[in-house]
Design a protein around this ligand. Structure first.
Ligand code: HEM
Length: 213
């Protein structure tokens, strides 16, 4: 029987699912506000008014899920000396030459970069979004503060969209088994040996220590 390991516990899967759903909603409604070419998306999602009302509240939910991720994953996301070796060999990762990719801990350097991009991106979106929310309640023309906040909000959104597209592509198309792990929680020992051998060794030694107790 293939031995299976827990990669994401229930809390981690819940937090990731909420982050993914909230982000997708924000992305779709954000695109609808961005250009009239995408306004039909807001219509499909219940109308322009509802989208405009819900977008900031779902934004708060997204910021909360990213804060939750920061609390739970920040230690695993610290850059280690092995990550520098991994970064130098990134071309092998891109070409899918698994045997030439240096070993990774629980998360590889690319996954860590996505995490920090989302943490700083979400913080920037939250701050600029709150300014836009407050400014919108003041009648009259958009002030300079409102204009700058709107511009920075769009820049932060574009940065996270670039990271999000790469993240979904890597997680769904390039690394088979990753999506199943983040939905159901488990991976095979073979998967862990192939993609995260240092993490596998760590989990095994922790399990051995526990069974000796
Ligand atoms: C439809 C949307 C999404 C899909 C399909 C998706 C897919 C995945 C997959 C497959 C993994 C597991 C990778 C592995 O363990 O090898 C994962 C992990 C992760 N996801 Fe997502 N994700 C989505 C949205 C998001 C969003 C919006 C964020 C940011 C707030 C995010 C942040 C992360 C992080 C930090 C991890 C752990 C490290 C990593 O694998 O990059 N994900 N996701």
């Amino acid at each position: 029987m293939t031995h299976r390991l827990v990669r994401y516990d229930f809390g981690e899967r819940l937090m990731h699912t909420l982050a993914a759903l909230a982000y997708l909603y924000l992305l779709l409604t954000g695109l609808a506000f961005w250009t009239p070419a995408f306004y039909w998306i807001a219509v499909v999602l219940g109308g322009g008014y509802l989208s405009r009302v819900l977008h900031p509240w779902i934004g708060l939910l997204f910021a909360a899920t990213v804060l939750w991720m920061f609390v739970v994953w920040r230690r695993d996301m610290r850059v280690t000396p092995e990550d520098r070796t991994w970064r130098r060999a990134i071309r092998h990762y891109i070409r899918n030459e698994d045997d030439k990719v240096p070993p990774a801990w629980r998360f590889n350097f690319g996954q860590k970069q996505l995490f920090w991009l989302m943490v700083f991106g979400a913080a920037a979106l939250l701050l600029t979004g709150i300014v836009m929310w407050l400014v919108a309640s003041i009648p009259g023309e958009l002030s300079a503060v409102g204009q700058i906040a709107t511009l920075l909000h769009a820049v932060a959104a574009l940065a996270t969209i670039a990271g999000f597209i790469i993240h979904v592509y890597m997680g769904v198309a390039v690394v088979p088994g990753g999506l199943d792990a983040v939905i159901h929680g488990e991976v095979t020992e073979e998967w862990a040996r192939r993609h995260h051998p240092l993490w596998l060794a760590q989990v095994k030694s922790e399990n051995d220590a526990r069974s000796r107790e």
